[in-house]
Write a protein that binds this ligand. Structure first.
Ligand SMILES: [Zn+2]
Length: 1011
């Protein structure tokens, strides 16, 4: 698009005239224009031309004010904001904002950080120069409202500050890259705020600061623009869907507000808090025509201040009423988005005493003007949507921009008229957050000092730091009263050693710490039947930590000091001697250590041992050291404690090599596996990144790799993984080209359509049979089962069980299995939908029960006994003949395979040879203790069933996860299940394999004189 396009366009084709006075304009003086306002005629004509229906525009945006000095978005775009067939790159958007800054004293633009791929993120502050020049002083005042401890919680002082201060309203655009409209809407919005002299706009910019980040997911935006350009250059063809949005994840970038793993989340929160803003308003596009989900639906987050819910209602209903007043159809604020999980970007505000808001407008996934056919649930009239969207429309990007801008301008106007009210609320919410210990409580969370947990404690504390939560450390040991686990039980006394971590609740950001560390309960009978996202997330559980919720406020008087750097909690080396022992306590850094010390000789202890006054669990590492090898620094970097021993302990060991890992991804979806890449990158475990197409073309995978990770694709079937995308139409490249400079950085292909194929499947099978380890999870575990890579494993029928992103309790079945190294009796897992496995000693369609008649209770053979003498566990005895004892019936546990007797194994080719029978490593707890956090209903069909299984094929192994052990940066407690498997990939033979089949046991490291 060249900048001259606008001038070339004929202006005669306008659909309707801007001079026709709109009824609402006449009646509603709130948004009256300045009578002397010059109008940019040409730009205005284009607005009207691209608006497909007169009801899709408001009097707020049906003209563009003209300025002699300030350039309009057309200067950069070559056409107006929302024009068809054109999407600007992030840098074009930034160029415009910087031109705006150069042209207007009412705009300041600054960098707020960079993405994973190094692209810049910006924010623009817009207000009168008086406000911008005084922003520093204003911010110092807002800081006192944000942290009322600074003014001694004194309401009178707060009142003075409120009277002197301007609020900050932060708007963020296009976090979801296929939702393309926000950047141009925000360019034009910024121009209007800077230039328009309508009284209501003058009021906005003289009473508040509007902060705008036009592009949140900047890596994804540039790739989306590439794809759109490719689509425009190939008319009539299919174009590739957006595979990589951000570097790691796609849609889930809006689920990162808890763990804060992504740069975009950190940059937005840091900006939001640095400005002490009152609102974070995030723009999305997936619902016709404008769902202001500010009000949303229940259940509401249980840790939010109730005032927030009132603010949602106030702003949401007001905004809808304004839009109704403009005559714009399809605007509503109640809807099917529940406000339970605090994982959404906007919720950074909700959990930091601000106001979270989100618009869903209607986007076309690009700038094509399209006929859109709505579904009945979208266009039906209901109590909260009396003027629903039209069932069939011609919809343009300009329509979308009109809705976004009109709604934002009207809500900014409302906010500017009520700045005192919202600043007062901001102060009150902050104050109540500080008063939490004396109001609802708790007083604090305590993380008891424990070297075994330190590595994972540090990971949790890093999250809390990113959330700007203050963390302290006990100077002396203290004893506190802690509540009993069950209601009605007596409280207990608990002693916390010196050095224990205290997260005080008398701090401004207590709510976010409370929401992350507490437990969640979603009632099975809750009227909300469709949770929008995960129902449970307790970081206490997901990081596999002990964290104590303390109600007794006495703890706050204990001596404690601020903990500046959590990394100081670990990384210490004690003792002396040439052998370094690193205990396996299911830390995330044990596998990374092996890669960092690639040249060192490292062994894995196969049994536990005691040395240096400490207990070392099976799976601990023994490292031969020499002076000056720099190991101490590596241990410090990785937050791992270690003991120097004079001699190697007498314990069976095997060598720990650094396995060669490949991540295999599909071209169907790269998000869920992206979280795995994130975990491996950030902990420091290297891997090759290959696609199913690479595997299809690589005959000898085993020569290159020891471990292949096939992380979840996300609800894909085996057929989809094998077949890929149908080949009926045109090829769809994902690669760098002149037209698409931002594609192909992570991986590339000339055509994303072909899948793994049967050739690829054969290569994968051969890889395992030759001793490789294939790691699968959720849909890829199902794939392994469906394609015969996991003999004896099937997915347990779900029955009526209901699980929606729930944290569940588990029990290790094989505690001495290498995958369980370093763990206690169980570990909390997050389960998307309750996926569990059945295992069998035979092959068969339903987990190998083909040999048996159906039973009323398939696990209880006695349920089948016939009427007769004796008890239920007895056998009947026919009269008048000698008694023949039947073969004893074995009661099988839900996680166990059905034992086979002689009769069943005779001439039965379906029987799996013993070394190839699957091992159950981890199972769900019983129904009573299964639930930790979230929603669990009717769990009997999945309770006690296997959730992590190691299947055997040839010389190798296929590890299957029903839970996702590497998820959203939240499951640090289960990363080591994967890492243990990788580290011990050559030692995963069947548990009851006959002697000789096991991998050889090596001699432990000699105490001295090590080569
Ligand atoms: Zn979205």
């Amino acid at each position: 698009m060249t900048p001259s396009r606008l001038g070339l366009l004929a202006i005669s084709s306008v659909l309707f005239s801007a001079t026709v006075p709109l009824l609402s304009q006449e009646l509603n003086s709130t948004f009256a224009r300045d009578p002397g306002q010059p109008v940019d005629r040409q730009y205005t004509d284009q607005i009207l031309k691209y608006t497909t229906d007169p009801s899709f525009i408001s009097p707020l945006v049906d003209y563009l004010p003209a300025s002699k000095t300030v350039p309009t978005p057309a200067k950069v775009l070559g056409d107006i904001s929302g024009a068809p067939d054109m999407l600007p790159y992030a840098e074009d958007v930034y160029r415009y904002f910087r031109l705006l800054e150069a042209g207007s004293p009412r705009v300041k633009v600054f960098t707020i950080g960079h993405s994973e791929e190094g692209r810049e993120m910006i924010a623009a502050a817009i207000a009168d120069p008086k406000l911008l020049d005084g922003a520093k002083g204003n911010d110092a005042r807002l800081a006192q409202l944000a942290d009322p401890r600074m003014i001694g919680l004194d309401d009178a002082k707060a009142r003075q500050i409120v009277d002197q201060s301007w609020p900050v309203y932060y708007i963020t655009g296009t976090i979801h890259s296929p939702e393309t409209g926000a950047p141009t809407a925000l360019m034009e919005l910024a121009y209007r705020l800077a230039v328009d002299d309508a009284p209501y706009i003058k009021y906005i910019r003289s009473h508040m600061i509007v902060l705008i980040t036009p592009v949140v997911e900047v890596d994804g935006r540039d790739r989306m623009v590439d794809i759109y350009k490719w689509h425009k250059a190939h008319p009539g063809g299919d174009w590739p869907h957006l595979l990589y949005w951000g570097h790691y994840v796609a849609h889930d970038n809006n689920r990162d507000a808890m763990a804060m793993t992504l740069e975009l989340t950190r940059n937005v929160l840091n900006t939001y808090l640095a400005w002490h803003a009152q609102v974070l308003h995030d723009l999305h596009e997936s619902v016709p025509f404008l769902y202001d989900n500010t009000v949303g639906d229940g259940p509401y987050n249980a840790w939010a201040d109730p005032m927030l819910a009132d603010e949602w209602a106030e702003l949401g209903w007001n905004n809808v009423a304004q839009m109704q007043n403009f005559g714009m159809p399809g605007v509503f604020t109640h809807g099917d988005f529940d406000t339970w999980s605090p994982g959404y970007l906007m919720f950074l505000a909700g959990m930091h005493n601000g106001i979270s808001r989100l618009y869903e407008t209607f986007g076309n996934g690009g700038a094509d003007t399209e006929k859109r056919i709505l579904r009945p649930e979208d266009y039906s009239r209901t109590w909260y949507r009396q003027n629903p969207p039209l069932p069939v429309v011609t919809w343009s990007q300009r329509d979308n921009n009109n809705y976004e801008e009109s709604a934002l301008l009207s809500t900014l106007s409302y906010f500017s008229q009520n700045t005192h009210h919202f600043l007062e609320n901001f102060y009150r919410k902050s104050k109540r957050a500080v008063e939490k210990p004396s109001l609802e409580g708790p007083a604090a969370y305590v993380i008891p000092a424990d070297p075994a947990d330190a590595n994972r404690q540090i990971e949790l504390l890093k999250v809390l730091k990113r959330q700007h939560v203050e963390i302290e450390q006990l100077s002396d040991s203290i004893t506190s009263t802690v509540p009993a686990e069950k209601r009605g039980d007596k409280p207990k006394q608990e002693t916390f050693p010196a050095g224990s971590i205290v997260v005080r609740m008398d701090q401004p950001y207590s709510r976010v710490a409370d929401a992350l560390l507490d437990r969640q309960f979603w009632a099975a009978g809750d009227p909300q039947k469709h949770p929008y996202d995960d129902t449970g997330w307790s970081f206490t559980h997901l990081f596999n930590l002990k964290v104590v919720r303390v109600l007794d406020p006495a703890i706050l008087k204990s001596k404690m000091t601020a903990l500046a750097d959590p990394a100081t909690l670990a990384g210490n080396v004690s003792g002396s001697g040439p052998v370094l022992a690193v205990a396996n306590t299911s830390q995330v850094a044990l596998l990374p250590l092996v890669y960092r010390l690639k040249s060192a000789t490292i062994q894995v202890a196969e049994k536990s041992f005691d040395a240096d006054g400490k207990h070392f669990a099976a799976g601990s590492l023994l490292i031969a050291t020499s002076p000056g090898d720099g190991i101490a620094k590596v241990l410090h970097d990785l937050s791992l404690d270690a003991s120097r021993l004079g001699a190697a302990p007498s314990v069976p060991v095997h060598a720990a090599t650094a396995p060669r890992i490949a991540f295999m991804h599909t071209w169907l979806g790269t998000q869920t596996e992206g979280w795995w890449r994130y975990a491996f990158d950030t902990t420091g475990v290297p891997f090759d990144y290959i696609s199913t197409q690479t595997v299809a073309n690589q005959p000898d995978l085993r020569a290159k790799y020891d471990v292949i990770i096939f992380a979840p694709v996300g609800r894909s079937s085996a057929l989809e993984i094998l077949n890929g995308i149908p080949l009926w139409n045109n090829p769809m490249p994902w690669q760098k080209s002149e037209l698409t400079p931002n594609l192909g950085a992570l991986d590339s292909t000339s055509d994303i359509r072909p899948g793994l194929g049967y050739e690829g499947l054969a290569h994968l099978k051969q890889f395992v049979e030759r001793g490789g380890l294939l790691i699968t999870c959720e849909d890829t575990a199902q794939f392994a089962i469906d394609t015969g890579l996991a003999p004896g494993v099937s997915v347990a029928p779900q029955g009526e069980a209901r699980v929606v992103g729930t944290v569940l309790n588990t029990v290790f079945v094989a505690r001495d299995h290498p995958v369980a190294f370093g763990y206690g009796p169980g570990v909390p897992v997050i389960s998307a939908n309750g996926m569990a496995f059945n295992v069998s000693n035979t092959l068969g369609r339903t987990g190998g029960r083909v040999l048996m008649d159906p039973l009323t209770d398939p696990l209880d053979p006695y349920a089948k006994r016939a009427t007769g003498r004796g008890s239920v566990d007895d056998s009947d005895e026919p009269q008048g003949r000698k008694i023949t004892e039947p073969e004893p019936l074995v009661k099988q546990q839900p996680w166990e395979p059905k034992p086979l007797d002689e009769e069943q194994t005779r001439n039965n080719p379906q029987v799996i040879p013993v070394p190839e029978r699957p091992d159950v490593i981890l199972r769900f707890s019983d129904a009573k203790t299964l639930l930790l956090d979230g929603l669990l209903d009717k769990p009997s069909s999945i309770a006690e069933h296997a959730v992590v299984v190691n299947a055997h094929l040839g010389q190798g192994n296929v590890l299957l996860f029903g839970n996702n052990p590497v998820y959203r940066g939240e499951t640090v407690g289960t990363y080591p299940l994967v890492f243990n498997a990788i580290l011990n990939y050559q030692h995963l033979a069947h548990q009851s394999a006959p002697p000789g089949k096991e991998a050889p046991v090596h001699q432990a490291l000699p105490g001295r004189d090590f080569p």
